[in-house]
Design a protein around this ligand. Sequence first.
Ligand code: NAP
Length: 206
Amino acid sequence: MVGQEVKRIGVLGGTFDPVHLGHIHLALDALKEMDLDRVIFIPAWLQPFKQDRDTASGRDRLAMIDAAIEGLEGLESSSIELDAEGVSYTYLTMRELRKKYGEDCRIYFITGTDAFLKIETWRNAGELLTSCGYLVGTRPGYRQKELEECMERVSRIYGTEVRNLHNDRFDISSTEVRDRLESGEPCGDLIPEKVERYIRENGLYK
Ligand code: NAP
């Protein structure tokens, strides 16, 4: 977006092993509902809470994201965490994004409910919760009371702006996608066709 000032960006961090339609719709819902200029998918090199897991390579996970978002206006990817090649602590990524986009840019980190409810246990939570706003994808009634309490607490303690997205969550997980792929079942209802093709052509998740 050369020559155009970025004012409001969403960041969707994840393992994306692989990226699926639930992730894509979460990003599109955030983009629209919050009137963001763009949403950036950032695959983790090593998700701090999943350090013992085998995943597809970072480059394959990024390539699948790029295939999934091709032609979708407002969605982008970044290799910032892959390039760093260390444990992907979100507060470090936020520091880098702040340097890149400047103090005037409003940055929102986008998560699902389960991920957000653990955020106070993430590395440098205080810095993280003051460095950006949060958009939380919800499901009606799902962990609602816990979520409300967590939102109230972080906004009281850290002054964090947290908003629920009124998205229609697709009931899909990367685990389900991998399970189906491993057993040779079709998964065109879970991932974009271009991602399915990439997986097939590169022999992933066998
Ligand atoms: P993931 O499983 O690939 O999912 C990415 C995001 O999409 C998560 O927020 C997840 O939230 C959400 N999601 C998954 N399925 C969805 C669906 N069907 N509909 C709507 N939303 C859906 O990513 P992850 O491994 O949880 O990692 C998330 C981010 O948290 C990464 O950037 C990671 O580095 C960061 N993190 C940082 C720390 C730290 O700094 N210490 C610790 C842990 C994680 P739900 O899981 O709630 O659905």
